[in-house]
Design a binder for this molecule. Structure first.
Ligand code: NAD
Length: 304
């Protein structure tokens, strides 16, 4: 697969579409039976930064024939008030999945409120029970971006067993769950982060590099090995050549130079992002189906 000039471009839009079409017959059957899966996004107060994500989630839900509802709570809501709203959604049989939009206003406990979402409706995979299932390799609903990174590797037929995988970034939502998923695929996993003394020393020996940091150009060509598989999760807005004040989105990887060495690489945009949205919709359908809990005997394979 490895060539000097033309890596395999891991096309997230195509993968997102294939996941959607794989689930479409099941979704249409649910709709037909009057059980259209419903995704509820809970937003507390106005949050401009979250608007682009929420638009993407709404568009994703429409494409997947899912019902989408944005529930906006007042910006001065108390933690108790948000808890109450989440409990009502937990109890509502018509609601399949709940997503708590972040960041929350100051004074509200993110973890405490994520913990309030019932694990069977936790379509972002952030409840400790679902994260615990990740550690056990017995899966409930898993974090969407981590699933997306693994799906881009898996669905391209890239085998990671016995390979050196380096994850750059150790957030709870991306880096740590990606590392656990790669471990479950029997890769040898190193996790790097902002305190790692010599990042390049690690990335240079990686067969697979997953980068989730949020720093444009962090990974340069001299930091990756010839033939590496490179998954770029980062999203950064940088000034565009198109004119003053215009911005464009790039990842954490210096795409042009790294793609000359990689055997496979994700673009930004069009890589991990669209698959993340597809995974959110997939999780909503799984939740509507009735997910096994991590300790249930009937476990789903990771990509059923
Ligand atoms: P975060 O801020 O929670 O974590 C950043 C991580 O990067 C931390 O673990 C930190 O230790 C590490 N880090 C910071 N500087 C570093 C350095 N110089 N060298 C090595 N590691 C360093 O971020 P996050 O929520 O995990 O998101 C990471 C990036 O992924 C962001 O750009 C975010 O926008 C993007 N993201 C993309 C998607 C998607 O769907 N494509 C989804 C979620 C996040």
């Amino acid at each position: 697969m490895s060539t000097d000039t033309s890596p395999l471009l891991l096309d997230g839009r195509a993968l997102a579409e294939s996941i959607r079409s794989e689930f479409e017959p099941e979704v249409l059957a649910m709709v037909e039976a009057g059980r259209r899966p419903r995704l509820v996004v809970v937003q507390v107060g106005e949050n401009d930064a979250a608007q682009a994500y929420i638009r993407g989630q709404r568009r994703g839900a429409e494409k997947w024939h899912l019902d989408f509802h944005l529930e906006v709570l007042p910006g001065d809501s108390t933690e108790g008030g948000v808890r109450k709203a989440l409990r009502a959604l937990n109890a509502d049989k018509g609601v399949s999945g709940i997503l708590l939009s972040l960041p929350l206003p100051d004074g509200l406990g993110t973890r405490a409120l994520q913990h309030e979402i019932h694990p069977s409706k936790d379509v972002e995979g952030v409840h400790p029970e679902n994260l615990g299932g990740l550690l056990w390799a017995r899966y409930g609903l898993l974090p969407c971006t981590a699933l997306a990174a693994l799906a881009l590797i898996d669905k391209s037929g890239i085998e990671v067993e016995g390979k050196e995988a380096v994850v750059v970034g150790h957030s709870e939502i991306v880096g740590k769950p990606v590392a656990l998923l790669l471990l479950a695929r029997n890769a040898t996993v190193t996790v790097c982060h902002k305190f790692t003394a010599d990042l390049a020393e690690h990335t240079k020996r990686a067969d697979v590099v997953v980068v989730a940091v949020g720093k444009a150009g962090l990974i340069a060509a001299d930091m990756v090995k010839q033939g590496a598989v490179v998954i770029d999760v980062g999203i950064n807005a940088v000034p565009s050549d198109e004119g003053p004040g215009r911005m464009r989105l790039v990842g954490d990887v210096a795409f042009d130079e790294v793609s000359a060495k990689a055997s496979a690489i994700t673009p930004v945009p069009g890589g991990v992002g669209p698959v993340t949205v597809a995974m959110l919709m997939r999780n909503t359908v799984l939740a509507a189906r009735g997910m096994p809990r991590p300790d249930d005997p009937g476990q789903l394979p990771l990509f059923a």
